[in-house]
Design a protein around this ligand. Structure first.
Ligand SMILES: Nc1ncnc2c1ncn2[C@@H]1O[C@H](COP(=O)(O)OP(=O)(O)O)[C@@H](O)[C@H]1O
Ligand SMILES: [Mg+2]
Length: 263
């Protein structure tokens, strides 16, 4: 099924909050069954351009459900989700697929790379539904590999590179189409602590260069190293460390990249 082959037709829904990359307004998600599970309960969350947000909570708190709703992989039971000012509820499945393919990058714990393709081809696949020709896809993929520091692995197959390198490939694939937001679900969950720290450092670097990233984790220590932390428990957002910065200050963060923060 190829829902997203056509270029996105996104002009129909009116912009809601043009400042926000992602906005959840009173979002509730209930899984049917006996008994029904309220996985998200009246969640309000706004992520602005240039932010790097850690969403932290224990197992079962609703993190993956939140990521699916944020990423338009699942619709909320009630409430509104808008992406770059477009209300997802007003869009057809086809429009949503196009929106997802062009404006959201996903990074998962288990990488999800195609083993029969080279690293370069995997990254180029990130542009499959963006209406970009093969040569341009490969050129953009090479640039993205450069950006994440593994250009020298372009011709390798994923089973010939390390876990940390695999996650870098997945990050390059997520970023190659310059999406409005990257959603990462436990991106360091399958990596040893040193490799995980390096992947986190890469995400921070990409954020300093302008990428908007939401990182989902059960690891408080990891979330604590991010500029904004949102805590989720039993489907509720129970704390949010900062307000949304204005886009100008997010730009400034990039210029000031390199300020001391290690310990
Ligand atoms: N497809 C589903 N059907 C029924 N219940 C689900 C489903 N997916 C998740 N849940 C339940 O919703 C709650 C939140 O799950 P999840 O979003 O996976 O949390 P987390 O990622 O934080 O572990 C849990 O109680 C889980 O059992
Ligand atoms: Mg989960």
């Amino acid at each position: 099924m190829n829902l997203a082959a056509a270029p996105p037709a996104l002009g129909s829904a009116p912009p809601l909050d043009p400042q926000a990359v992602l906005e959840l307004d009173n979002v509730t998600k209930i899984y049917g069954g006996e008994p029904p599970v309220v996985a998200l309960d009246s969640v309000n969350l706004t992520i602005g351009a240039g932010e790097l947000v850690g969403i932290v909570g224990p197992s079962g708190s609703g993190k993956t459900t939140l990521l699916h709703v944020m990423g338009t992989l699942d619709r909320p039971t009630s409430g509104r989700v808008s992406l770059t000012g477009l209300d997802v509820a007003e869009m057809s499945e086809r429009q949503i697929a196009a929106l997802r393919a062009t404006r959201i990058g996903f990074v998962f714990q288990n990488f999800y790379l195609a083993e029969h393709e080279t690293v370069l081809e995997n990254v180029a696949d990130g542009l499959l539904y963006a209406g970009v020709g093969t040569a341009d896809r490969r050129r953009a993929a090479a640039e993205a590999l450069e950006r994440v520091g593994i250009a020298h692995r372009a011709g390798f197959h994923p089973n010939k590179i390390s876990g940390g390198e695999r996650q870098r490939v997945a990050i390059a694939r997520a970023l190659v189409g310059r999406p409005a937001i990257v959603l990462a679900d436990e991106p360091t969950g399958n990596l040893d602590s040193t490799t995980g720290a390096n992947v986190l450092a890469l995400l921070k670097e990409l954020n300093a260069e302008g990428a908007t990233i939401a990182l989902i984790t059960h690891d408080r220590g990891l979330a604590g190293r991010l500029p904004r932390q949102v805590e989720i428990l039993d489907g509720h957002i129970v704390s949010d460390s900062t307000q949304m910065p204005d886009p100008d200050s997010a730009m400034n963060r990039g210029i000031e990249h390199g300020s001391p923060q290690g310990r």
